[in-house]
Design a protein around this ligand. Sequence first.
Ligand SMILES: *Cc1c(COP(=O)(O)O)cnc(C)c1O
Length: 240
Amino acid sequence: MNNQILQNIKAIQQRIENACKTSGRNSNDVQLLLATKTVAAIDIQTAIQSGTTLIGENKVQELKDKFEALKIVPHQTHFIGHLQTNKIKDVLLYADCIHSVDRLALATQLQKRLEQEDRTVDVMLQINTSYEASKYGAAPEEALNFAQAVNQLDRIHITGLMTIGLFSAEAERVRKCFQLLKHLQRQILDKNIPVHELSMGMSNDLEIAIEEGATMIRVGTAIFGQRQYPDSYYWGETLI
Ligand SMILES: *Cc1c(COP(=O)(O)O)cnc(C)c1O
């Protein structure tokens, strides 16, 4: 199992290299984030020891559960799932960056908590570039206003934009999502908001994302294998 994870990471690194070659990019400019939802801490340790030290979790409970076990391996943790405002306090204990700031109400609450704690946090703004109703993220038409509003909140440091591409076998439709995020990045950079990171691309579409300018790809299945998890891992906590 462990060996398999390391082999899979090598294969992903090769895919990153190839995609960078195709698009004339430097592979040092594309970071790999391990999407570790439902993966046991011991397997995450193995992956981190291979030198890939950036992980992303979707659930605050999983952040908590794995925190102790992962302390022994230096790494960075990003929160990449849908964040409910009542989990802000916990997420700030365990995550170095929140990838999924998708609405102003969340950012406002986050600012409030950060003021109380007298600290700051790095975030990315999640944009719904596929226009699927099931997905979270600010509407692309709102992205500039959203970024400008969040940028007013002094405890929140915006580092980039994040999106989940359309789940489709039609590469050109997937590509449109990533092109849209790149376009929004240019608009927002024009307003001097430092959205340098573009977090886009997963197991099935990372080549397209890299060709369109991804600086961070989030890969789970191609490294840890198929796992069983409800859709709520992508789309947030369903109220059961
Ligand atoms: C699970 C997940 C990923 C990784 O997707 P794979 O298809 O398993 O590579 C990326 N981003 C988010 C937000 C995820 O929840």
